[in-house]
Design a protein around this ligand. Structure first.
Ligand code: SDX
Length: 383
């Protein structure tokens, strides 16, 4: 039987029109601005679920029963601590290290202290997913304490991921409102189809490498300002503008110079990002409660200008635009914003690694060669 001829290469730079995988975790309708996790709309989950329950949903494709959720939370909390030798590695990092560089290094370090690092069975990968979910917040908090010359705060196994992160970060018990605010942000950022960092993780694990390598790949990919790094740049922009009276000139100036306004636009959403919609309302509440309403008002004005100037191109606020004001109002340092994104998205990344291996095929696209042919080799003496 003659082998079937390979289908003609389909050129799709940026892969915007390419379906590279099937997933049962999140559904996105970019035209209508819809996001669902396992069929449940993101607004319902943000209002009624918790981050731990949302991760259980993503990994098991259903909501947990009460006893299952309790057991899942207990398993996560039992894995909060990191090996004592990781403490020494954190302390060895220069205090000036940008947090996402530190996180990329520290996530990778976890593999050295996990006997199952190279085990690729579904069971081993689920255990590693849980360890990564539980330990990522610890790594971020430890590095931030290190860079500020403060002692590490041990994780508290009696509380959930969001509250425990704020405790380890600040060494003070957060209010219930602050813990819940962060918990909601973690729900909103947990998964989002084949975004760049998730796709990168899938490419890595599709080679039958390991989950720690895949999550390290994902952290490095999320760092970019066209992806997860946008939220920090949004806040830097708001602080640079400084006052609502300067917003119009600042934004119009950027647009006239064809510069990107961070926190806007999306490869898939050509309507309002539903996460931005929820965060907008939420940001107003948190900003009001914390005396940062001016930042929210400036954000609203930026949105009005962008709506007038570029919404015809399908450019709307994305998840990063209002998460910036929310995180700032929670007292989080600007350069930790993308780490917060990562500690949530590690749930989606790990879920996609497991999903990729359920029906794996090496991911290896083609490239158009556009260089010369028939070039003669010239000995170095003749060059
Ligand atoms: C995330 O994929 C995901 O799911 C990602 C994410 C997730 O949950 O994982 O949702 C998280 O990454 C959100 C995006 C965060 N990034 C930013 O906010 C950075 C600013 N946004 C842009 O870089 C841009 O919108 C992208 C990268 C997000 C999407 O770009 P595309 O799909 O490649 O679109 P494009 O660059 O081709 O832009 C089309 C047009 C261009 O104008 P023209 O050349 O046609 O005249 O829209 C313009 C762009 O210049 N444009 C913008 C703009 N974004 C696009 N103009 C001004 N400001 C912007 N932010």
């Amino acid at each position: 039987m003659t082998p079937s001829a390979p289908s003609l290469p389909f050129r799709d730079k940026g892969l915007a029109n390419t379906v590279a995988a099937e997933t049962q975790m999140s559904f996105i309708d970019g035209a209508k601005g819809v996001l669902e996790y396992v069929g449940i709309d993101i607004d319902s989950l943000a209002r009624q679920s918790t981050f731990e329950e949302t991760v259980f949903l993503l990994w098991n494709r259903r909501l947990p029963k009460a006893a299952e959720l309790q057991a899942f939370c207990a398993s996560v909390r039992s894995e909060y601590e990191v090996d004592a030798r990781v403490h020494d590695i954190v302390r060895a990092l220069p205090r000036s290290t940008p947090p996402m560089h530190a996180l990329r290094t520290l996530v990778s370090c976890l593999a050295h202290f996990d006997r199952e690092a190279d085990e690729n069975s579904p069971e081993a990968n689920r255990r590693k997913a849980l360890r990564l979910l539980a330990k990522t917040p610890t790594l971020i908090a430890m590095f931030d304490r290190h860079r500020k010359g403060k002692p590490f705060i041990a994780p508290d196994r009696s509380i959930g991921i969001a509250e425990n992160f704020l405790w380890m970060l600040n060494g003070a018990r957060p209010t219930e409102a602050m813990s819940r605010a962060l918990d909601i942000c973690l729900v909103l950022h947990a998964d989002h189809g084949l975004n760049a960092s998730t796709f990168a993780a899938r490419v890595t694990v599709a080679t039958l490498s390991d989950m720690y390598s895949a999550i390290t790949t994902a952290v490095g990919t999320l760092k970019g300002p066209l992806h997860g790094g946008a939220n920090q740049e949004v806040m830097e922009m708001l602080l640079e503008i400084g006052d609502i009276s300067k917003v119009d000139d600042y934004i119009m100036g950027k647009l006239s110079r064809k510069e990107l306004v961070m926190g806007f636009g999306h490869r898939v959403y050509k309507a309002y990002d539903p996460r931005a919609g929820f965060l907008k309302t939420f940001a107003k509440q948190v900003a009001t409660d914390t005396g940062n309403i001016t930042l929210y008002d400036m954000s609203r004005r930026i949105e009005e200008i962008m709506a007038r100037e570029v919404s015809a191109k399908g450019i709307y606020p994305n998840v990063d635009f209002y998460s910036a004001t929310t995180y700032y109002s929670l007292g989080l340092d600007l350069d930790l914003f993308t780490c917060i994104f990562a500690m949530s998205r590690v749930g989606g990344w790990a879920g996609h690694c497991i999903e990729q291996l359920e029906a794996n095929r090496l991911i290896r696209p083609q490239a158009d060669y556009v260089g010369p042919h028939g070039v003669k080799y010239v000995a170095i003496a003749q060059r």
